[in-house]
Each structure stands twice: as structure tokens, then as C-alpha cells.
Design a protein around this ligand. Structure first.
Ligand SMILES: CC(C)(COP(=O)(O)OP(=O)(O)OC[C@H]1O[C@@H](n2cnc3c(N)ncnc32)[C@H](O)[C@@H]1OP(=O)(O)O)[C@@H](O)C(=O)NCCC(=O)NCCS
Length: 157
């Protein structure tokens, strides 16, 4: 955990919307739009940014419903991908007092998103279902649909 010591996890506010949009644009081809980000924050979903040396290196959006937590989005800045930051962000959030009564965590991920699937698998998520043609896939000249894998983690029995 040594190399993560300088990382801080801080709740986001509406003032972060533009910086989060920049993060999306430079880090993923399936990024959320400005209105996706704004409506999540305005709806009161839990949103946390990962700060390193005063720069935002990632963020995560969560919906908490009773004892169930849904990960709505997680993005790590392209520059920091593959360094374990995503796992650090998720596992740190899971340990927060606010989530101590959470029993199950779930999320949806594109079947083709190998980095995300590897991350989730490493921290204990397993596939619990598939949503056929859930995503609209528009990449360059390729268009079509893509399945979502539903992944779940039993945090507490
Ligand atoms: C998915 C994501 C959050 C993972 O966070 P991370 O901090 O990069 O996670 P890790 O460092 O644990 O890497 C996970 C695995 O993906 C690989 N990986 C990460 N980024 C990669 C990249 N840009 N290209 C290729 N492989 C990558 C890592 O090498 C690692 O593989 P390993 O388990 O074989 O070592 C991050 O890559 C990201 O922000 N992607 C774009 C947004 C996204 O897809 N979000 C998920 C939506 S469901």
C-alpha cells in the first residue's frame, strides 16, 4: 500500500463537473457526458475523486440503496491506468464507515472492457448475469451493440 500513501479520496461537488468531464474525455472512449456527471452529483449519488498532488487522478460514482451498493462509474486518468489506482479507490470506499452495513455490491461492465473486468475480478467480483445488447457501441467505423456483464461482490453475509 506504500505507493498509495499520497493519494486522498475526497467527495466531489458541482464545482468538480468540468474537471471530471476532462478526465472522462482523456481517459475512456465510452465516457460520461457533462449532463451524466452533473445529474449524478445533483441527484445526490455518492461521488468521490482521487487526488494526487492536488490533481484529480480518478473518480467514482456510487448509488447506495439500503444494504446494496451499485458502482455507477469509475474512471482513472489515462496517465495512471494500470497502476492499481482503481483497486485502491474502490477498496478504500468499501471500507468507509458510511458503507459498513453494505452486504452486496454490483455493477455493469462492457464485455470488451478487459482492464475493468480484470480489476473487478481481482477485488472479488464475480459475474452474476448478462444483459444482452445493453450498450450501443459506436466506435469509429464499427457500430452495433454490446452485452453488459453484471458483476457482484458479497461484501458481508
Ligand atoms: C477500468 C479502470 C477503472 C481500471 O483502473 P486501473 O487503476 O487502471 O486498474 P488496475 O491498475 O488494477 O488495472 C487493471 C488491469 O487492467 C490493465 N490495464 C489498465 N489500464 C489499461 C490500459 N489502458 N490498457 C491496457 N490494459 C490496462 C492492467 O494492466 C491490469 O491488468 P492485470 O490485472 O493483468 O495487471 C481504468 O482502466 C479506467 O479508468 N478505464 C477507463 C474507464 C472505464 O472503463 N471504467 C470502467 C467502467 S465499468
Amino acid at each position: 500500500m506504500g505507493c498509495f500513501q499520497r493519494l486522498k479520496i475526497v467527495p466531489c461537488s458541482v464545482e468538480d463537473i468540468d474537471i471530471l468531464l476532462e478526465l472522462e474525455k482523456c481517459s475512456t472512449k465510452y465516457g460520461w457526458s457533462k449532463s451524466d456527471i452533473a445529474s449524478s452529483i445533483n441527484a445526490g449519488y455518492d461521488c468521490y475523486k482521487l487526488i494526487e498532488d492536488q490533481r484529480v487522478s480518478g473518480y467514482c460514482v456510487i448509488q447506495l440503496i439500503g444494504e446494496e451498493m451499485e458502482i455507477l462509474n469509475i474512471v482513472i486518468h489515462r496517465r495512471y491506468q494500470g497502476m492499481g489506482y482503481g483497486g485502491f479507490l474502490l477498496t478504500s470506499i468499501f471500507q468507509m464507515k458510511r458503507y459498513e452495513s453494505v452486504k452486496d455490491v454490483w455493477l455493469e461492465v462492457r464485455e470488451s472492457n478487459v482492464p475493468a473486468r480484470k480489476l473487478y475480478g481481482r477485488i472479488g467480483f464475480t459475474q452474476s448475469g448478462t444483459r444482452k445488447n445493453y450498450y450501443h457501441r459506436n466506435l469509429g467505423n464499427t457500430s452495433g451493440q454490446e452485452d453488459a456483464l453484471v458483476m457482484t461482490l458479497r461484501k458481508k453475509s
